[in-house]
Design a protein around this ligand. Structure first.
Ligand code: 0L1
Ligand code: MG
Length: 257
């Protein structure tokens, strides 16, 4: 199987914002390891065009999402500089069917790796935690995929935005942080940090363990989207999104063509 050719196909759809058939329809025997290999090759293509790896995202971090997908562990994806919104505006150009979900982001100051790391190790390596919103956008038709498909498609990574204010890891009990997401002034989702694997710190532990299987580590300066606090909500042109986080303030952006 030519993994590079599959990566080039997915990359073309990621770059152009055109939807595609699931890769498992034409390649039913792909393994999870091969799907992560394809994911890396796609991001390498973006890096060759001038993008830069700046961190990681964790997906499928809630039990209901794992049950829906028939998996027992989360998945990870790669974040690049071009995915970060630096203004409070989400542009729809190049996106297919974007959905937004409130998250918490860790900024890491010390290398973290190995298959035996603990929450303590993560706290010692964390510079700050930021309120964040992830924009997910599957390249597959109807947002429909298997575990293998979504891993190869960079865990549906598309865009993300983080708050201006970072908080000490000891600021609060992160599993108890309540979140309300508003679309055009109406509450559309509520949740708490515990939706992320029971406690967001566990997501970073899991990421370090999963990366260690491929000999990778989390690097100083990396940003990590730990996972969704609520279900994702579709957005379209003209929408205004506001997410209020207990004790952390709010994050707002608008959606434009
Ligand atoms: O960030 C997420 O939890 C999403 C991971 C991929 C599954 C999806 O696109 O819903
Ligand atoms: Mg997410």
């Amino acid at each position: 199987m030519d993994l590079q050719k599959i990566a080039e196909e997915i990359d073309a759809h990621q770059s152009s914002g055109r939807e595609m058939e699931k890769i498992t329809l034409s390649h039913p025997n792909l393994s999870v390891e091969e799907a992560y290999d394809i994911q890396k090759r796609c991001v390498d293509l973006a890096i060759e065009r001038g993008d830069r790896l700046i961190g990681w995202k964790m997906g499928l971090t809630s039990k209901p999402k794992q049950v829906t997908m028939g998996v027992e562990e989360p998945i990870y994806g790669r974040l690049t500089q071009s995915m970060e919104l630096t203004e409070p505006v989400l542009r729809l150009e190049g996106l297919i069917h974007p959905r937004v979900e409130p998250e918490l982001a860790f900024v890491i100051k010390k290398e973290l790796g190995g298959d035996n790391i603990t929450p303590r190790d993560v706290w010692l390596a964390t510079e700050c935690i930021l309120p964040a919103v992830e924009v997910i956008d599957s390249r597959y038709k109807n947002f429909s995929f298997t575990h293998i498909d979504v891993v190869a498609d960079n865990a549906s990574s598309s865009k993300f935005i983080v708050g201006d204010q970072g908080f000490s890891p000891y600021h609060t009990a992160w599993d108890e942080v309540g979140v309300s997401m508003y679309k055009n002034g109406e509450v559309v989702q509520t949740g708490a940090g515990a939706a992320i694997l029971g406690h967001p710190v566990r997501s970073v532990v899991e990421l370090a363990k999963m990366l260690s299987r491929s000999g990778l580590t989390i690097q100083p300066g990396n940003v990590i989207l730990a996972g969704a606090v609520t279900d994702a909500v579709s957005v379209s042109e003209g929408d205004r999104i506001e997410v209020q986080y207990d004790q952390l303030g709010s994050l707002k952006f608008s959606v434009k063509a």
